[in-house]
Design a protein around this ligand. Structure first.
Ligand SMILES: [Zn+2]
Length: 312
């Protein structure tokens, strides 16, 4: 089921009509107040031909460009005008890879390859891998602006999990992050995109957002059948689309994931794609995290022709 949420559209009409030019912080203003004010101005709208000729998406983009989020970056940084690019949130499950932060560590190679193309990504680490492999590699990713997220403690199916198990699988990982890196993740992805009644309950209690992917797992998990060639094909510029969340892995000991990224990232970059964290994807599309649906997996953040957001 598609869920569409109106964000800045009605506000942008109001701002353009009033000509005040005030930027919107996050587009999550009091919608009912905006709607009634917009209605009250409609009788005087006939002179605003320019406004009425814009499509919903064009109005959304006009308003998005004023968003404060872009102003924190230097002009030379593509993020200062991220709305001009096709954005992809590359996510990497199952790590961190083994302990040493050296050239052969798959997780580290993913970080370094993305940095070469001015990109960042999001790692969904499991609690058991964090406990086993330590925090040197996660700290390295964090220091380079990457985002760390929660992939459950044991990668177990949470379909039938009782409440205590769901708490351990989700909060247990949050606690590890907090104790070792002094951060708390916002995003969760169950192993195999698992769902369960108690999983959703605990996520709601923790105010966490579930993140999946538009096209499954791509087969590059440890022991999976993906090859460099198959990954390059799946991530080619004609197959990836703006606003997509892509699910890859950072534990394949053959290193197919960073090897494929080294080939395909320059192709995507050349075609106007840029690579961001999940948080950045929401922010750069003008979506406040409070507006993101809970209780379902988010697969993409796409601005529709009507100026709405399609999350799945
Ligand atoms: Zn996984």
């Amino acid at each position: 089921m598609k869920r569409l949420i109106a964000l800045i559209l009605s506000l942008s009409v109001l701002v353009l009509l009033h000509g005040c030019g005030e930027p919107s912080d996050n587009g999550s203003s009091d919608v009912s107040a905006v709607s009634s004010e917009t209605q009250s101005t409609q009788s005087t709208q006939s002179t605003s031909d320019t406004v009425s000729m814009l499509t919903g998406k064009e109005k959304y983009m006009e308003e998005l460009k004023k968003n404060e989020v872009f102003k924190q970056y230097d002009e030379s940084d593509w993020r200062s005008h991220a709305y001009d690019y096709k954005l992809v949130a590359l996510t990497f499950d199952d790590g961190p890879a083994f302990k040493a932060a050296d050239d052969n560590n798959v997780t580290v190679r993913i970080v370094d390859t993305l940095l070469q193309y001015e990109g960042k990504g999001t790692f969904f680490f499991t609690g058991r891998s964090l406990a086993k492999n330590g925090f040197v590699v996660p700290q390295y990713a964090l220091n380079n602006g990457f985002e760390l997220a929660n992939h459950s403690y044991n990668h177990a199916s949470l379909k039938e999990a009782d409440y205590e198990t769901a708490v351990f699988e989700i909060v247990g990982v949050n606690d590890l992050y907090y104790e070792n890196l002094e951060m708390t993740p916002t995003f969760f992805r169950g192993g195999g995109f698992t769902t369960g009644t108690n999983m959703w309950k605990v996520l709601a209690e923790q105010d966490m957002i579930a993140i999946a992917s538009l096209r499954g797992g791509n087969g590059d998990h440890s022991g999976g059948s993906a090859t460099v060639e198959s990954l390059v094909d799946r991530l080619s510029p004609d197959k990836v689309s703006d606003g997509e969340i892509v699910c890859l892995h950072s534990t394949n000991t053959k290193g197919v994931t960073p090897d494929a990224l080294a080939i395909v990232l320059p192709q995507l970059y050349e075609q106007g794609f840029r690579f961001c964290t999940v948080s950045e994807l929401f922010a750069f599309k003008g979506v406040d995290l409070n507006e993101v649906p809970r209780g379902e997996y988010i697969k993409k953040v796409v601005i529709t022709e009507n100026g709405l957001i399609d999350f799945n």
